[in-house]
Design a protein around this ligand. Structure first.
Ligand SMILES: NC(=O)c1ccc[n+]([C@@H]2O[C@H](COP(=O)([O-])OP(=O)(O)OC[C@H]3O[C@@H](n4cnc5c(N)ncnc54)[C@H](OP(=O)(O)O)[C@@H]3O)[C@@H](O)[C@H]2O)c1
Length: 264
C-alpha cells in the first residue's frame, strides 16, 4: 500500500511539492493532505482531489509521511502541537525549513524516529528542482522512499548534513546566480541586435541545452567548451575576455560570500 503524505504548510513550496507529486503520478491526490490556516489559496489542490484542512494533528494521525514546509518562525510552535502524534514505527518526518538542523528536529520531536532535512530550489514548481537531502535514524528503505519523492520533483542527492549550508548556496542560491548569468546574456544579446523576447528565448534555451549536455552525457564543461572553440575563433576570444574581466573568479567569490554569510 502506498504511503499517505501530509504537507504541513501549503505555501509556495508545500503547494509546489503537492502539485509535483500529483502531476508525476507518484501518488494519488487522495493520498495527499495539505494544511494551512487560511485554506482559500489551496482551492486548486482541493479541485485536484487533495485533502485540504487546517488540523495539523489530524494530518499527522491520518498520514505516514509528514513534510514540514512552514517558515522557520512557525517551526517550534507547530512541532509542539503535533509531536505527541508521532509514531516512530509509522511516521517519517521531512523538514524543508531552511536553517532547521536535524538536532533541532530531534529536540523538538523528543523521540527517535526517521528524520530528514531537504533543501530544494524554486524549480520544484516545475518538477526540476535540485534537492539535497540528509537524515538521522532512517533505515535504507526510508532513505530510498524519501529520495524517490524528491526524484519526482527533479533530481536529488543524499549528502552529509555538514554540507547542508553549502547545498543551500550551490543549489538554492544557485538559481539566482544562474538567472543573473542568463539576464546578462539577454542584455548582451540586445546590444548585438535581438529584441528582448528573442534574446530571452535564445539565452534560456542555450543555458538549458548546455546543462542537459552535462547531465545527460556526464561530460566535463571544459570538454564541451573545446568543441565550440575554433582556434583564433570568436568563442575563445569572448571567453578569454570574460576571464580577463574576472568571470570565473567573480563566480567563485560570490559563492564563497554567500557561504560565509550563511555560516555566520
Ligand atoms: N521557497 C523555496 O524555494 C524554498 C527553498 C528551500 C527551503 N524553503 C523553506 O521552505 C519553507 C516554506 O517556504 P515557502 O516559501 O513555501 O513559505 P510560505 O509560502 O510562506 O509557506 C508557509 C506556509 O505555512 C503556512 N502555515 C503557517 N502556520 C501554519 C500552521 N500553524 N499550520 C499549517 N500551516 C501553517 C502558511 O499559511 P497560513 O498562514 O495560511 O497558515 C504558509 O502558507 C521555509 O521554511 C523556507 O525556508 C523554501
Amino acid at each position: 500500500m502506498s504511503k499517505k503524505i501530509a504537507i504541513i504548510g501549503g505555501g509556495n513550496l508545500g503547494s509546489a511539492i503537492a502539485e509535483g507529486l500529483i502531476k508525476s503520478k507518484f501518488c494519488k491526490a487522495a493520498d495527499i493532505t495539505v494544511t494551512r490556516r487560511n485554506t482559500t489559496p489551496l482551492k486548486a489542490l482541493a479541485d485536484m482531489g487533495c485533502n485540504i484542512h487546517s488540523d495539523n494533528k489530524k494530518a499527522v494521525k491520518e498520514n505516514d509521511v509528514i513534510i514540514l514546509a512552514v517558515k522557520p518562525y512557525n517551526f517550534s510552535e507547530i512541532l509542539q502541537q503535533i509531536k505527541s502524534g508521532f509514531n516512530p514505527k509509522k511516521h517519517i518526518l521531512i523538514s524543508v525549513i531552511t536553517g532547521v538542523w536535524v538536532k533541532h528536529l530531534e529536540e523538538a520531536v523528543g523521540k527517535k524516529m526517521p528524520l530528514f532535512r531537504a533543501m530544494p530550489n524554486t524549480a520544484i514548481a516545475i518538477q526540476e528542482s535540485m534537492t539535497c537531502l540528509c537524515h538521522s535514524g532512517a533505515a535504507s528503505d526510508d532513505i530510498s522512499y524519501v529520495k524517490s519523492i524528491f526524484d519526482q520533483l527533479g533530481k536529488s542527492v543524499m549528502i552529509d548534513e555538514q554540507l547542508m549550508d553549502a547545498a543551500t548556496v550551490l543549489g538554492a542560491c544557485g538559481t539566482a546566480f544562474a538567472m543573473r548569468y542568463i539576464r546578462a546574456n539577454i542584455q548582451g544579446g540586445i546590444e548585438i541586435g535581438f529584441d528582448a523576447n528573442t534574446a530571452s528565448l535564445i539565452a534560456a534555451q542555450t543555458v538549458k541545452g548546455a546543462a542537459e549536455l552535462l547531465l545527460q552525457t556526464g561530460s566535463h564543461p571544459e570538454k564541451e567548451i573545446d568543441k565550440v572553440t575554433t582556434p583564433k575563433g570568436c568563442t575563445i576570444a569572448g571567453l578569454n575576455e570574460m576571464e580577463h574581466q574576472g568571470f570565473s573568479s567573480s563566480m567563485i567569490k560570490g559563492i564563497s560570500a554567500s557561504y560565509n554569510k550563511i555560516i555566520k
